[in-house]
Design a protein around this ligand. Structure first.
Ligand code: SAH
Ligand code: SF4
Ligand code: F3S
Length: 454
C-alpha cells in the first residue's frame, strides 16, 4: 500500500543530502515523498541544533504537527511524527519530554535503520529512539541515491568533526571525523551524473579534513580526490566542496584550484573572527594572519577566486577592538557573500559557561554593522557582472514566464530568458541587470540542444 512521507529539512546541506537518502531508504517500504504534511502518513523533521533559534523552531513546528496528528486521529487515521538530525541526537530525551506525541527520534547516523524503526512502530507502543550508531554503518548501508534534486547535487564524503571549536555543537551531534572511501565517492558521483547531475558539491562538516582510503589502501586528501573526480567522472562539468576549515587547506588543495577547470572559483572558508584573542578562545587553531596568507595563496593559484565566509559576533569576551579587527579583515579580504550570526550559547559547549558574555544590544549593533559592510561588498561584487558573460547551470524554472533560473560559477542566482528545454545544461549568459540578490541575462549563443538564442 502506498504511503506518503513529508520530510522537512533544517540546517546545513548535509541535512539536505541526508533527507534525500532517507527518502531513498523509505521508498522500498512504499513511502513516496510529498511536498506538504497535509497528505502525509509520516512527517520527518530533519533538524539543526547549531543555534538556539534553529533548535526552538523544531519545537514550534512539532506543536503545529501535533494538531494535525490529532485531527487525523479523530478520523481514525495515524500520522507518524519523527524527529531526525542534530536536535534528535543532542536532545532525544528532551524531545520525548516536551513532545511526548512524537513517535520516532533518531540521530544522523541511524538513517539506514529506518526500515527496522518503521517495523517497530507497527509492533511496539511507545517511542522508537535511535541515537547510537557509528557513522561507518550509515554509509555502508544506505542505498545509492535515487532522489536526485536536479542538475546540481550534493554528495557527502565526510562527516563529523574533531576540531571542537568552543562554540559549536557539531562534534557532539555528528561525532568524530569519518571519511568515505575514494571508490565509494567516485561510484556515487558517476551514478549522480548518470542521473542527470552536471554539478556536484562535495559535502562534509569539515570537508577538507577528508582522508578517505584510496585504491592502494593509503589515505587520500581532498586535493587528490578533486583531481580524481575531474579525471574519472565523465560528464561532470562543475565541482565544489563545502565547508572547509582554514587549518586543513594544504598545498594539494591549493594546487587543485590552480589546475582543475571544473573546480568552481568560489570558496566558502569560514573565519568566524578577525581577532587573534577571540580565535584562540574559539579554539580555531589559526590566527587572522594565517587566514590572510591562505587566502592570498589561493588567489595566487586561482586569480578569479571569490570568497565566502561565516562570522560570529559577540563571542564571549569580544571587545570593541576585537570586533574592529573582524571589520578590518572583511575590508581586506573582500567577500562575494557571507553568513553572519550572533553568538548563541549552546548547552554542553565550553564557551557556554564563559563568564564575560557580550550584552545582547551590543551583539545586535555589531551584527548590523558587519552585515552592512558584507552587504556592500556583495552588491559591489554582483554589480561587477553587469555587461559580463558568465556560464550558468540552468537548473529550475525561472521566476517569470519565459525565464529559466540557474547559478553562476559564484553561486549567484541568474534568471535567463530561455526555454525550459535548456534545464540541465550550462549556458553562456550576458548579464544585463543586477538585482539585490540575483542577476538577469540572456543567452549569448545557440545552446547545445539547438534552441537559438533569439
Ligand atoms: N564546519 C564549519 C561550520 C559549521 S556550523 C566550520 O568549521 O566553519 C556553520 C556556522 O554556524 C559556523 O561557521 C559558525 O559561524 C556558526 N555557528 C556555529 N555555532 C554557533 C553558535 N554557537 N553561535 C552562533 N553561530 C554559530
Ligand atoms: Fe564546528 Fe569548528 Fe567543527 Fe566547524 S570546525 S563543525 S565550527 S567544531
Ligand atoms: Fe545544523 Fe547539524 Fe548541520 S547542527 S548545521 S544540521 S551538522
Amino acid at each position: 500500500m502506498r504511503k506518503n512521507v513529508f520530510i522537512k529539512t533544517y540546517g546545513c546541506q548535509m541535512n539536505v543530502y541526508d533527507s534525500a537518502r532517507m527518502a531513498d531508504v523509505l521508498a522500498p517500504l512504499g513511502y513516496g515523498a510529498v511536498a506538504s504534511p497535509d497528505t502525509a502518513d509520516m512527517v520527518i523533521l530533519n533538524t539543526c541544533h547549531i543555534r538556539e533559534k534553529a533548535a526552538e523552531k523544531v519545537f514550534s513546528e512539532l506543536g503545529r504537527l501535533h494538531q494535525l496528528q490529532e485531527e487525523r486521529a479523530a478520523q481514525g487515521k495515524r500520522l507518524v511524527l519523527a524527529v531526525a538530525g542534530c536536535v534528535a541526537q543532542a536532545e532525544g530525551a528532551e524531545i520525548a519530554r516536551r513532545a511526548p506525541y512524537v513517535d520516532m527520534v533518531f540521530g544522523p547516523q541511524s538513517y539506514h535503520r529506518l526500515p527496522d524503526m518503521v517495523a517497530r512502530l507497527g509492533r511496539d507502543s511507545g517511542l522508537v529512539l535511535e541515537t547510537e550508531f557509528p557513522v561507518e554503518d550509515k554509509f555502508d548501508n544506505l542505498p545509492t541515491p535515487r532522489h536526485q534534486t536536479g542538475p546540481a547535487v550534493f554528495l557527502t564524503i565526510q562527516e563529523g568533526c574533531d576540531k571542537f571549536c568552543t562554540f559549536c555543537v557539531v562534534p557532539y551531534t555528528r561525532g568524530a571525523e569519518f571519511s568515505r572511501p575514494v571508490a565509494d565517492v567516485i561510484a556515487e558521483a558517476r551514478q549522480l551524473v548518470r542521473g542527470g547531475a552536471r554539478e556536484i558539491t562535495l559535502l562534509g562538516q569539515n570537508v577538507n579534513a577528508y582522508h578517505g582510503v584510496g585504491p592502494n589502501g593509503a589515505a587520500v586528501g581532498l586535493g587528490d580526490l578533486l583531481r580524481r573526480m575531474a579525471d574519472e567522472v565523465d560528464g561532470l562539468e562543475r565541482l565544489r566542496y563545502t565547508t572547509s576549515h582554514p587549518r586543513d587547506v594544504d598545498d594539494s588543495l591549493i594546487a587543485a584550484h590552480r589546475d582543475l577547470d571544473i573546480l568552481m572559483p568560489y570558496l566558502h572558508l569560514p573565519v568566524q573572527s578577525g581577532a587573534d584573542g577571540i580565535l584562540a578562545a574559539m579554539n580555531r587553531g589559526h590566527t587572522a594572519g594565517d587566514y590572510r596568507r591562505i587566502v592570498a595563496r589561493l588567489r595566487e593559484a586561482q586569480p578569479n577566486l571569490a570568497m565566502s565566509s561565516d562570522f560570529i559576533v559577540g563571542f564571549p569576551g569580544e571587545s570593541d577592538a576585537d570586533f574592529e579587527a573582524t571589520m578590518t579583515l572583511i575590508r581586506e579580504v573582500g567577500y562575494a557573500q557571507a553568513f553572519s550570526f550572533k553568538y548563541s550559547p549552546r548547552p554542553g559547549t565550553p564557551a557556554a559557561t564563559h563568564d564575560a558574555p557580550v550584552p545582547e544590544a551590543v551583539k545586535t549593533a555589531r551584527l548590523a554593522q558587519l552585515q552592512a559592510l558584507l552587504g556592500d561588498q556583495q552588491r559591489a561584487f554582483n554589480q561587477s557582472f553587469l555587461g559580463q558573460t558568465v556560464s550558468v547551470l540552468l537548473d529550475r524554472p525561472g521566476r517569470h514566464r519565459g525565464q529559466v533560473a540557474g547559478r553562476s560559477p559564484y553561486l549567484q542566482p541568474v534568471q535567463v530568458a530561455a526555454s525550459p528545454d535548456l534545464i540541465g545544461t550550462i549556458a553562456r549568459v550576458a548579464i544585463d541587470e543586477v538585482l539585490t540578490n540575483s542577476l538577469t541575462g540572456r543567452l549569448t549563443a545557440p545552446s547545445a540542444t539547438g534552441v537559438s538564442a533569439a
